[in-house]
Design a protein around this ligand. Structure first.
Ligand SMILES: *Cc1c(COP(=O)(O)O)cnc(C)c1O
Length: 443
C-alpha cells in the first residue's frame, strides 16, 4: 500500500500534471510511482522501495545515479555559476568539452554545436545539412533519406525525418517529404538483403536531389530495437555520399558506450558528416546535447556578415555550464573506470542470459547490440499477441514489485541498463524480466 504522502502526491499529479506520450485517462486510473532518489543502479521511490534501473532512466544513465565524481563536478560548478548565455559569450567548460568530444568522436568531426535534447540535436543536424547544401550552391538538394521506422525526436523537423506511423497520422500535413528506405528488424539475413536492394534503388532514383541521409546507426531504438549490420549501413552511406548527400548519424541513443564502443559509428568504420548526441552525453544527469560537424560543413557557413550565411539556430540554455561540467566528468569516468571494457563484458553476459530467455514461452525473439536489448513477446503457444492487450506494459508493471523498472516499446521489452551495472545486478535484472514475462504469459 502506498503511504499517505505518496497518495497525496498522486492526487496533485493527477490533478495538475500532463505526462509525455501518456493517455492521461489510463494514468489517472493508475497508482503512479514517485522516484525520489537514486543509488548507483537503483531507483528509490517515496515509500523507500528499491528498483533496478533496467532502462537507464530512458537510456540516459551511464555511470549510475549519484556517482560521487559526477555530483562533485556539478557542485563545483555551482560554486561558480549555474548558467550564463552562450549567445555572444563563451565559457571555459564549453570550449574544453568541445575539444574532448571531438577527440573521442569519429575522424573529421571537428566542430561542436550545443543544444539541450536529442530532438534539437537532430533538428539542428537536418537544418545544418540543408543550409550547407544551399550555401554550396546545391539548391536542388531538398530531399532527406531516412530509414523506415526511424525515430529522431518530437519537434516537427525531427518528426519529418522520422517514421513513427502515429505521429505521421496526426502531424502529416505539417511535415516535409522524405524518402523512407526499408530497414530490417534483425541484422544480416535475407530480410536485410531484400531491404538493401530496395533501398539502393530508392536512393539512386533521387539522383542529385538528396540533401542528406539521416539514420540511427546499427540500432533503431524507439522502433523496438530494430538492428541492421555494419555492411547494410556502410553500403547505404557510401551510395548516399556518392550522390552528394551529407550523412547524419543520430547517436542520441547509441552514443557513449551503449553498443560497446564510444560511438556506434566506430563499428561501421565510416565517419559521418554530422553526428547527433544527447541522452548519455552528460552521463544522463542533465539535459545537454551536441551536434558534431566536419570542418567542411562549418566552412559552408563562413562569409561576410552582410551575406547572412551564419547558421540560423540557437537555444536559450545552449551549452549550459552545469551540463558541460558533468559531461566532462563523465568522459573522465570512461577512462578512469574502464567503462567500455566493462560494457563489453556485460554484453557477453547478456548474450548468455538471452540465449536462455529465448527458450521461455512468451518470448519470440531477442536482439542485442552491446547492452541495448529488445525482447519480442508472443503468446505462450507462439502465436501473435493482440496489441490492445498491452502485454508489454503488463510485463513492465509485473517487474516493479519484483524490483526493476522497465519501459517496453509496444510488445517489445527493452533492456538497456546503466553501463555501471554489476554482473550480479545484471543477473537479477534478467531473472526479474523472466519472472515478469512468466507471470503475464504463463509457461
Ligand atoms: C531519444 C532519441 C531522440 C530524441 O531525444 P529527446 O531528448 O527525447 O528529444 C532522438 N533520436 C534518437 C535516436 C533517440 O533515441
Amino acid at each position: 500500500m502506498p503511504s499517505d504522502r505518496t497518495r497525496a502526491l498522486a492526487d496533485l499529479d493527477k490533478k495538475h500534471v500532463w505526462h509525455p506520450f501518456t493517455q492521461q485517462r489510463l494514468w489517472e486510473a493508475s497508482d503512479p510511482l514517485f522516484i525520489e532518489s537514486g543509488d548507483g543502479n537503483y531507483l528509490i521511490d517515496t515509500d523507500g522501495n528499491r528498483y533496478l534501473d533496467g532502462v537507464s532512466s530512458l537510456w540516459t544513465t551511464v555511470h549510475g545515479h549519484r556517482h560521487p565524481k559526477l555530483d562533485a563536478a556539478i557542485q563545483n560548478q555551482l560554486g561558480k555559476i549555474a548558467h550564463s548565455t552562450f549567445l555572444g559569450l563563451s565559457h571555459p567548460l564549453a570550449a574544453e568539452l568541445a575539444a574532448r568530444l571531438t577527440a573521442v568522436a569519429p575522424d573529421g568531426l571537428t566542430r561542436v554545436f550545443y543544444s539541450d535534447n536529442g530532438s534539437t540535436s537532430t533538428e539542428i543536424a537536418v537544418k545544418m545539412a540543408f543550409q550547407a547544401q544551399q550555401q554550396r550552391g546545391e539548391t536542388q538538394r531538398t530531399v532527406f533519406a531516412t530509414l523506415r521506422d526511424a525515430y529522431h525526436g518530437d519537434t516537427i523537423g525531427a518528426v519529418s525525418v522520422g517514421s513513427i506511423a502515429l505521429f505521421h497520422r496526426v502531424f502529416g500535413p505539417l511535415l516535409f517529404d522524405t524518402i523512407s528506405l526499408p530497414a530490417p528488424v534483425t541484422p544480416g539475413g535475407e530480410e536485410e538483403a531484400a531491404c538493401l536492394a530496395e533501398a539502393m534503388e530508392l536512393l539512386e532514383a533521387q539522383g542529385d536531389k538528396l540533401a542528406g541521409f539521416i539514420f540511427e546507426p546499427l540500432v533503431q531504438g524507439a522502433a523496438g530495437m530494430k538492428m541492421h549490420s555494419e555492411d547494410f549501413l556502410r553500403t547505404l552511406m557510401t551510395q548516399a555520399r556518392s550522390q552528394g548527400a551529407l550523412l547524419i548519424a543520430d547517436e542520441v541513443a547509441t552514443g557513449f558506450g551503449r553498443t560497446g564502443a564510444m560511438f556506434s559509428m566506430e563499428h561501421v568504420g565510416l565517419a559521418p558528416d554530422l553526428l547527433c548526441t544527447a541522452k548519455g552525453l552528460s552521463g544522463g544527469y542533465l539535459p545537454l546535447a551536441a551536434t558534431l560537424a566536419t570542418e567542411s560543413i562549418y566552412e559552408a557557413f563562413l562569409a561576410a556578415p552582410e551575406d547572412a550565411k551564419q547558421f540560423f539556430h540557437g537555444h536559450t540554455f545552449t551549452a549550459n555550464p552545469l551540463g558541460c561540467a558533468v559531461s566532462i566528468a563523465s568522459l573522465d569516468l570512461f577512462e578512469e573506470e574502464g567503462t567500455l571494457a566493462h560494457t563489453r563484458s556485460l554484453a557477453d553476459q547478456l548474450a548468455h542470459h538471452l540465449s536462455r530467455l529465448e527458450r521461455q514461452p512468451g518470448v519470440r525473439a531477442t536482439r542485442q547490440r552491446g547492452v541495448m536489448v529488445g525482447i519480442d513477446l508472443c503468446a505462450a503457444d507462439g502465436s501473435d499477441l493482440d496489441g490492445a492487450a498491452l502485454t508489454g506494459h503488463k510485463v513492465a508493471m509485473a517487474a516493479r514489485p519484483l524490483g526493476a523498472i522497465l519501459r517496453p516499446l509496444g510488445d517489445t521489452i527493452v533492456i538497456n541498463p546503466p553501463l555501471s551495472l554489476t554482473h550480479d545486478e545484471l543477473t537479477d535484472l534478467l531473472r526479474i524480466t523472466s519472472e515478469a514475462i512468466a507471470q503475464v504469459v504463463p509457461r
